[in-house]
Ligand binder design. Structure first.
Ligand SMILES: C[S@@+](CC[C@H](N)C(=O)[O-])C[C@H]1O[C@@H](n2cnc3c(N)ncnc32)[C@H](O)[C@@H]1O
Length: 241
């Protein structure tokens, strides 16, 4: 992926392949997340929600919502008078998200959609979030252009993503954990080693945090900044429309 070129990367995975892969691991996705991150992924999403700076009663969108955890975290911030919509193109991931919503009595509008072609009007939401999703999308410029389009002026676009640490000892830890242990765990827990070999591959292909910030600026966002968390393995980017 070349930041800001507008052209899809030839190295990025085919959307249909990505969809099938997430469909295949949907039922074990949450369990794998908790094991891989020692439960820290919830805390990272809460940081993302805080960065969105939304007020109770506002309307927000989470793209690539998967099993819904970012959307649920956002629902806590906008409260009962607000609303959260989650969009994903894997029906199986959406089914898990809807099941969790029904069991916990949380009202999120989970619906099928493609993050690169959103069905919503311009300026529809106070904020738009994406968690661990854009890494899977070939045309980064397009997804950020869409996220920016549907946010109202002054609203924020938030991106939480895995990134590759460059400094030791984190880079060494990362190499052992993500490149070796995660695929092995994926084989055992989700019975799908290829999906969890795809994970480190997709992070390797993904632009570093500086380049991702440039993509977001290219989409028209202002005051773009990012913070690195968890030993520089997680990047939280934010920008304002
Ligand atoms: C790693 S999961 C992340 C799920 C969730 N956001 C989270 O924080 O755990 C990536 C999700 O992105 C979805 N996805 C990938 N490309 C997409 C696209 N173009 N449009 C909508 N969803 C997409 C996949 O189906 C998958 O559910």
């Amino acid at each position: 992926m070349n930041a800001g070129t507008g052209a899809p990367s030839s190295r990025a995975p085919e959307p249909a392949r990505v969809r099938d892969m997430f469909g295949a691991i949907a039922r074990r996705y949450d369990l794998m997340n908790s094991i891989m991150t020692a439960g820290m992924h919830h805390r990272w999403r809460r940081r993302g929600v805080a960065a969105a700076a939304v007020a109770p009663g506002e309307r927000t969108l989470d793209v690539c919502c998967g099993t819904g955890d970012f959307a649920f975290a956002m629902l806590d911030a906008v409260g009962p008078l607000g609303s959260v919509t989650g969009v994903d193109f894997s029906r199986r991931m959406l089914a898990v998200a809807r099941g969790k919503a029904a069991r916990s009595g949380r009202d999120v509008d989970f619906r099928w959609g493609d993050a690169t072609s959103l069905e919503f009007d311009d300026h529809s939401f106070a904020a738009c979030t994406v968690g661990f999703g854009v890494r899977n999308i070939p045309d980064l410029d397009r997804v950020f252009a869409e996220m920016t389009r549907v946010v109202r002026p002054g609203g924020r676009v938030i991106c939480l993503e895995i990134t590759r640490p460059v400094k030791t000892p984190f880079s060494q830890f990362y190499a052992i954990w993500f490149d070796r242990l995660v695929p092995a765990l994926g084989r055992i827990v989700s019975r799908n080693g290829s999906a969890y070999s795809y994970l480190p591959d997709s992070v390797r292909r993904f632009p570093p945090a500086d380049e991702l910030a440039a993509v977001m600026r290219g989409a028209g966002l202002k005051n773009v900044s990012y913070e690195l968390m968890a030993g520089s393995i997680i990047a939280l980017h934010q920008g304002t429309k």
